[in-house]
Design a protein around this ligand. Sequence first.
Ligand code: ATP
Ligand code: MG
Length: 485
Amino acid sequence: MSWATRRRERNDWRLERKVVLYECSKYIQEFANIPLEARISNPQPDVIPRPSHNISRANISPYALKVLYRLREAGHRACLVGGGVRDLLLGREPKDFDVATDARPEQVYALFRNCRLIGRRFRLAHVQFGREIVEVATFRACGEIGDEGDGQTVERAKDGRILSDNVYGSIEDDAWRRDFTINALYYDIANFAVLDYVGGMADLKTGLIRLIGDPAERYHEDPVRMLRAVRFAAKLGFRLDPATEAPLQRLGHLLEQIPPARLFDEILKLFMGGSAIQTFELLRHYRLFGWLFPATERCLNHQQRHYPKTLLIRVLTNTDQRLAEGKPVQPAFLFAALLWEPFRERLQHLEEDESDANEAHLVAAEAVIQAQIRHTSLPRRYSLPMREIWEMQQRLTCITGKRPLRLLAHPRFRAAYDFLLLRAEADESAGDLAGWWTRLLAQDESGRDRMTQPAAPAKKSKSRRRRKPRSARKDAPAAPPAPEA
Ligand code: ATP
Ligand code: MG
């Protein structure tokens, strides 16, 4: 073969190789653009056997294990799923343990004496062990007309929202209808392996929150998923996948369709999960906060002095700190902070023409609560102590006579005093008052008596002044702190 022929052949071969590489890169690019479901035509999961993952039964609640084993002994498939698997894989302590099974809710009910069935939209079994509840869900499918289920199909509202979701299916179906890939990992009690149908392990490794399926569609199906995306991003310090993130800023209005009671539950999870600060910042960034607390959002937007934001930030930081130290946090305290600025604004307006300060307080608190419960519910067991915390901010300004000493015995005193301290950190005008109460608390009984003694009466003038009638009196401004002993 001549040299020229060889060269031509070599060039042909090079060209051929280029074409192959080009085809491959085109394929890889196309593959990356294919939605997650379509990429996996094979429903077989990635199986991560026990030696290749870190989930140990020693870290699983004994009650969850009991439920898993009993379901298995009764011939059912039983897996740990959701936050429990996710958090264990990340080396974190799970908040709770969720079980998924092929047993129907009635079959679960028959297996456990301590079980009750709950939910209409999503029928579940709760197995109760003292204060711990293990939630057991039957594998669900997406569900089309005529699918097998609880005698129903998936019921949807006109806007795409899922109203009831009780169509049962296989474990594969169940994986695809969960929210995020990292929440769709199964720990199978049969062989202690982790099953991954949706690429959750890879996202867990790279720290990515990725919705399964088409994000906008999945948010329309259940708008609470937007809050969940933010909650997991804040709690785990993960990034949102760009496609999961993109619709958030424009779909916040969908939250208006969610029943206020469900939103209230979500708010507690958002702000009492230990990452309240990051959650708040993300909610505001994605314009979701305003759909939960419209009055507060308005105040935040038109505030000049940044006061409410700082108070709220202080309270949220404090909440995170307390939770990290294992201390309890009160929802009433949190709501008192979240709605404090709308309350203060209303009070200011009312006090301009309302002569009775107590009346103005009542009216302002009622108005703020009524406006808020149109968006999220606020059960009375929380709104009552919240009102007391607000009301006591006024009563704490009275620092002479018997009243401050009586206040010390009030069941809400500690919360009100803590609230005052945080206000003082955020707003200098409360600093002197907070300092006075801190000093009072440090005194013994006689010291407290000395501190609360009224200032020496001014010399009596001859002309006797008549008191205004009660209704015409505004609460007198607080006397300056009495000199300490
Ligand atoms: P945590 O309990 O730590 O707050 P979690 O992920 O376990 O987080 P749960 O509310 O306990 O959250 O839900 C358990 C699992 O149920 C989730 O991990 C997810 O797989 C599924 N799930 C919950 N809510 C939804 C939803 N709105 N849409 C789809 N799947 C959901
Ligand atoms: Mg959970």
